[in-house]
Design a protein around this ligand. Structure first.
Ligand code: ADP
Ligand code: ZN
Ligand code: ZN
Length: 723
């Protein structure tokens, strides 16, 4: 950087999301800005908000315009945050403003309408300039939009810019921020009961590895089963971080799990925990942000978006259940929080911990290779053994004439547990396991006319529902294909399981938990009710119950472990292994629990490893497949997806892009696999056909950077799913 004040600013402009670049503006001498500051800039014929990303000595374009006005006075991002945002925009190929916006306060203006004020006396002006000047000078001030509405002869903005340059007009864009009210009663009640327990010997060993990181930075995987004492180590790490005068961010995989995690931190750090997530009411969010900015909060707890908290002095980032799919954002910017956290930790010198009992294969691979640390915790803190797991072969049940959904073994153990007044969880690892309608004569299944996917039967309301578009249909009395009346329901929805339990065990209280039953708050309520003993059996597709003590549960039955295992997605085995392991590890926190896994593939490595709670056995097999098939971590994937109502158009677009990609590959001479185009697994959603091209190679991100991809394409770098 030269001497004196910087002449130009590179600005991320809040303009339609087609611009992947920054824009250069001159910094007029009357303005003082620094990187991270919000500004108003002329963009085409409009005035729009933007964020200053950097100073420049030379503009990147020939025709440079002046910054119009500051927007607020404080920088909204710190230099490390700006650096991470720039990486995020470049890596995930999203407009820089969308990356920076992740950090912006919720009241950041979506558009601006600055005030114009006359500050001098008109000298020699052209007639159009004079007309505009007089319009401005007529009032104490004029809104830019009024000026535009009044003058239809041509673009007003260049004239305004000229008048500003002449010192005749000032542009002001006041951004009145709503100050959160803080009152004493709103402060979190400070109850300080909680002295940390002495660490167990395995925790001591882990701490020996972890503690130095808090001084030097660095990333590590904290690998240990649920109950191994990971959270206790997070608390310890935060205490040490605070002692060093720094602060932390702790991410939970879902909003539903945030309160439980926050409560444990609040108990240890009373009044110093801020919870931050997008579903908070505006006022609560403003208050939380203010407590973070003022330094009152020592730790921010929340889902992946909490990574973008306005926190300075970051010393620790923790991702609890770091393997969880929710750490990948499914809309633009499609970032993976694990990777963003790594960049943020590097930029700030913070230590980074990924806690998991079932790490994603890529993270474990990185830890094995020493790219990140590997901190292993052994058994559960209490020394309890993990539940005994029995694998039941459903093919044998069929051969024995049992066509019910419960094997003889599961039914027997279910009856026993209920007789002993113990609680039972019946688990389905996928929502797709719900019932479908089938004609027994011709095999017809009801499909959604808009999404081309099987409709599932729901007892309440008595309808067929599409799980992609939520479209509803009545159940046909006769088969629309052959006219047969022999229509039956096939498959295993949670509702069907509930009905079977109620039929076989009259009087038993059954609770149901799946994504059809309300949102996170309702799930939390159901789980609490179950934990409080208000149900005997919990039937669910999700177990958002980490940390919630389900000590009364003595039996978990996995009704059909195979669902999801054979989906055409390289991550399907990993996903099913994680779900099964979590499910069969659930019972008997109080000791002596059991689990039964019903499957048609008892010899599948995923089922066998999950039944033995054996992550390493799963990993060793899975990593071989990944290497053979050249999937991550042995390659990088980018998924390009195009959707439109007209399938021919989709196909045409996809073929054209493929041709461009091939040309680029030839020109670059790089080894990149171009897979497809092909219809994606969910071929049609809400009437729109979806086709995809998957790129696979060592550095596909660099490869696609050189290809012009029309903005209608969805670009997903490191996709979480290929379905
Ligand atoms: P994880 O996060 O791995 O599931 P937790 O940290 O929640 O494990 O620990 C499991 C249980 O053991 C919790 O009830 C916790 O309070 C308790 N616990 C953890 N560490 C200790 C310790 N060193 N001494 C006593 N209890 C502990
Ligand atoms: Zn039929
Ligand atoms: Zn549909």
């Amino acid at each position: 950087m030269g001497t004196g004040r910087p002449a130009y600013a590179a600005v991320a402009v809040d303009a339609p999301p087609v611009f992947l670049n920054l824009f250069s503006y001159r910094i007029p001498s009357r303005l003082t800005v620094s990187p991270g500051c919000a500004v108003v800039v002329p963009f085409g014929a409009r005035l729009v908000p933007g964020i200053v990303v950097a100073f420049e000595e030379q503009p990147s374009v020939a025709e440079v315009r002046d910054l119009a006005a500051p927007l607020g006075d404080e920088p909204l991002l710190t230099p490390p945050q700006i650096a991470v945002a720039c990486w995020l925009a470049e890596y995930y190929r999203c407009p820089p403003f969308l990356a920076l916006r992740l950090w912006l306060p919720p009241d950041f203006p979506k558009q601006v309408d600055p005030r114009l004020r006359a500050t001098g006396r008109a000298a020699t002006l052209t007639p159009p300039e004079r007309a505009v000047f007089e319009a401005i000078a007529a009032g104490p001030h004029v809104r830019f939009s009024d000026l535009v509405a009044r003058d239809r002869d041509g673009p007003v903005l260049p004239i305004v810019e000229r008048l500003v340059e002449l010192g005749l007009v000032a542009i002001e864009a006041p951004w009145r921020r709503v100050a959160p009210r803080t009152t004493a009663t709103e402060e979190t009640a400070s109850v300080a009961p909680a002295t940390p327990p002495p660490l167990t010997p395995p925790q001591e060993r882990a701490w020996g590895q972890l503690a130095p990181m808090l001084a030097t930075g660095g990333a590590a995987l904290l690998f240990g089963v649920t109950g191994a004492g990971k959270t206790e180590l997070y608390l310890r790490a935060l205490a040490e971080t605070v002692r060093r005068g720094r602060r932390g961010i702790v991410l939970a995989p879902e909003i539903a799990l945030t309160p439980q995690l926050a409560a444990r931190f609040e108990a240890r750090f009373p009044g110093r925990v801020a919870v931050l997530h997008s579903r908070l009411p505006d006022r609560a969010r403003r208050l939380a942000r203010q407590r973070i900015q003022s330094g009152e909060a020592a730790v921010v707890v929340g889902p992946r978006s909490a990574l973008f908290a306005p926190i300075a002095g970051l010393g620790l980032i923790v991702l609890d259940e770091a393997h969880d799919p929710s750490f990948k954002q499914s809309e633009t910017p499609r970032y993976q929080a694990r990777d963003v956290a790594r960049r943020l930790a590097e930029a700030t010198g913070a230590a980074l911990l990924f806690g998991s009992a079932t790490p994603d294969v890529a993270s474990f691979h990185a830890a094995r290779r020493g790219e990140i640390g590997l901190i292993e915790l052994g058994e559960r803190v209490t020394g309890e053994r993990l539940p005994e797991v029995t694998v039941v072969d459903l093919r044998a049940e069929l051969r024995a004439g049992n066509r019910g959904i419960f094997s003889r073994q599961l039914r027997e153990q279910l009856a026993g547990a209920l007789a002993r007044r113990e609680q039972v969880i019946l688990y389905l690892n996928h929502r797709g396991a719900a019932s479908v309608v089938l004609c027994r004569d011709c095999g017809y299944t009801a499909r959604c006319s808009r999404c081309d996917t099987v409709l599932t039967y729901h007892a309440s309301p008595d309808r067929l529902i599409c799980h992609l578009c939520n479209g509803r249909r009545t159940i046909p009395a006769v088969c629309p294909a052959c006219g047969s009346r022999r229509i039956r329901f096939l498959g295993l929805g949670t509702e069907r399981v509930v009905a079977e339990v109620e039929a076989e065990f009259p009087g038993v209280r059954v609770l149901r938990l799946d994504s059809d039953v309300g949102g996170p708050a309702e799930h939390e309520r159901i789980l609490r009710a179950f934990a409080a003993g208000e149900g005997d059996v919990l039937v669910g597709t999700q177990l958002v119950s980490k940390g919630l003590d389900l000590a009364g549960v003595s039996l978990v039955g996995v009704v059909n472990a195979d669902v999801g295992l054979y989906l055409p997605d390289f991550r399907a085995p990993e996903r099913v292994f994680q779900q099964l392991t979590q499910a069969v590890g659930r019972p008997g926190r109080a000791g002596g629990g059991a689990a039964i896994v019903q499957t048609y593939s008892p010899d599948h490595y995923v089922i066998r490893a999950a039944a033995r709670h054996d992550y390493l056995a799963f990993y060793e097999q899975e990593i071989v497949h990944r290497r053979q098939q050249r999937y991550p971590p042995f390659s990088q994937l980018v998924r390009l997806l195009y959707a439109n109502f007209n399938e021919e158009r989709v196909r045409g677009e996809a073929m054209a892009l493929r041709a461009r990609l091939e040309t680029h590959r030839r020109a670059q001479g790089v080894e990149v696999d171009i897979l497809g185009p092909a219809p994606s697994f969910f071929r049609r959603i809400r009437g729109r056909y979806r086709w995809q091209i998957v790129l696979r190679g060592d550095d596909v991100v660099s490869f696609v950077r050189g290809v012009t991809i029309p903005p209608a394409w969805q670009i997903d770098v490191d996709p979480e799913s290929l379905l």
